[in-house]
Design a protein around this ligand. Structure first.
Ligand SMILES: Cc1cc2nc3c(=O)[nH]c(=O)nc-3n(C[C@H](O)[C@H](O)[C@H](O)COP(=O)(O)OP(=O)(O)OC[C@H]3O[C@@H](n4cnc5c(N)ncnc54)[C@H](O)[C@@H]3O)c2cc1C
Ligand code: SF4
Length: 406
């Protein structure tokens, strides 16, 4: 191991009660894989890591480690935390995850949605002898990481490698098949023993606003740029406002500042409450995007053709804590003002729409089993919009429930 990495590993205290692990949504055995590295046992470190997370090449690049594992590390109380993300990346760069294929047990599972939750479920099922078939409406593997996260932030070649591993392990893929439109859930249920629906949370909030031109939603814009390569659609705009403070808002703003000269984020709370990854917020500012904290859009300003010319905004103030544990925010009476913009992009939250798959599909009473027999839910579709790490953990959990149901 290189000296630099050895120093990072030796900095870990191997705590009896590792706080870092309480911050990891995958429940990773962080202390133990670092301990194995201390003992110069890279193979044991990889085995420990992969027992929980088969995708460290992704999590070590997109997780918000400053809030998750590293944000909880005891070393961080008095200075810098252990650089867990870099250690995880080191392991996966040196010994990539190789799935084992279990002896075929004759049971089949359909996986609706080829995002990271179902990818995690697939490896779990394949290792235990189940055959899996993905149904995916897009033309490629990766879910929101493929369609949403821009290539400058995460190299999609990692998704290609995971896809190749899944295919090599026997997974079947049916791309460009939208369940609920091109095929019904009932038809799939007849062909497979069990179904896991992990369709993400992709119904975009638009704040009840609309325009004929110049108003878009974040995921639509990211799909246009990342999947369709349609930069032309946006490059004639001059002044964009991105409305929101999560990862989608940051990815939209950073994508736009690469195409047009003036981009401002309007966020209704303060920096402290911003849900986006801390690194993303830093980068967005470094790259020249302006951020108007404690401001909100209340209405679009349109010309006679319904084209966006700006927004009516209002100043906000923070109040008491709300149910999410964040400070609530309120409009300041009489603080209305107008801003000019020719493009406004809403990135103000997403919802799950299970009815798009089947009108009767809903959450069940317990666990991942849905309202329909033999049909399970997982990932963002089960949890609501969360994180890559949470989706991995949940996909594995759903697969375990499926296996226990036989
Ligand atoms: C722009 C953006 C940036 C993000 N940044 C981060 C980040 O930095 N760090 C982080 O941890 N998390 C981030 N997230 C969140 C993270 O990507 C998600 O929580 C995670 O990908 C959820 O995985 P999933 O498999 O549950 O769903 P998804 O990844 O959404 O996959 C669902 C899949 O189902 C498919 N599908 C939907 N409906 C159908 C249908 N009817 N038939 C067939 N297929 C269907 C979709 O096309 C998609 O491929 C980000 C999300 C977005 C959108
Ligand atoms: S909390 Fe920090 S020091 Fe303790 S085991 Fe985890 S990484 Fe190591």
């Amino acid at each position: 191991m290189e000296e630099n990495m050895k120093n990072k590993v030796d900095f870990c205290l191997s705590c009896p009660k590792p706080r870092c692990e309480t911050g990891c949504p995958t429940g990773n055995h962080i202390r133990d894989f670092i301990k194995a590295l201390k003992e110069d046992n890279l193979e044991a470190a990889a085995k420990t890591l992969y027992s929980v997370n088969p995708f460290p090449e992704i999590t070590s690049r997109v997780c918000d480690c400053n809030r998750q594992c590293q944000g909880h590390c005891i070393r961080g109380l008095r200075g810098a935390p252990v650089e867990i993300q870099l250690i995880e990346r080191y392991i996966s760069d040196h010994i990539p995850f190789t799935p084992k294929v279990g002896k075929n047990n004759g049971r089949s599972v359909a996986l609706i949605g080829a995002g990271i939750a179902n990818a995690a479920a697939a490896f779990e099922l394949i290792e235990n002898g189940y055959s899996v078939t993905f149904f995916e409406k897009e033309d490629s593997f990766g879910g929101a990481i493929y369609t949403g996260i821009p290539g400058y932030r995460f190299d999609k070649a990692y998704l290609d490698k995971i896809f190749e591993k899944l295919v090599a392990a026997g997974a079947q893929f049916r791309f460009e098949v939208e369940v609920g439109k091109d095929i019904t859930l009932a038809e799939i249920s007849k062909q497979f023993d069990r179904v896991i629906v992990s369709i993400g949370a992709a119904v975009e909030g638009r704040g009840g606003l609309s325009a004929n031109e110049g108003y878009s939603a974040g995921l639509t814009l990211l799909h246009d740029l990342n999947v369709d390569g349609n930069k032309q659609k946006y490059q004639n705009y001059k002044h964009a406002i991105v409305w929101g403070g999560g990862n989608v808002a940051m990815d939209v703003a950073r994508s736009l500042i690469r195409i047009i000269p003036d981009v401002t984020i309007v966020y209704r709370r303060s920096l402290k409450e911003m849900p986006a990854n801390a690194d993303e917020i830093e980068d967005v500012i470094k790259e020249g995007v302006k951020v108007d904290y404690l401001n909100n859009i209340v209405e679009l300003r349109l010309d006679e053709n319904g084209k966006v010319t700006g927004a009516h905004c209002v100043k906000m103030e923070l109040g008491e804590m709300d149910a999410s544990g964040r400070a609530s925010c309120h409009e300041i009476a009489g603080s209305d003002y107008e801003v000019d913009a020719d493009l406004i992009v809403a990135a103000i939250g997403q919802k799950v729409n299970l009815a798009a798959v089947d009108g009767k599909l809903a959450k069940g009473e317990a666990g991942h089993l849905s309202s329909i027999p033999n049909v399970y839910l997982s990932g963002d579709a089960f949890l609501g919009p969360k994180t890559v790490a949470a989706a991995i953990h949940d996909g594995k959990d759903a697969a375990k429930e499926v296996m226990a149901s036989f």
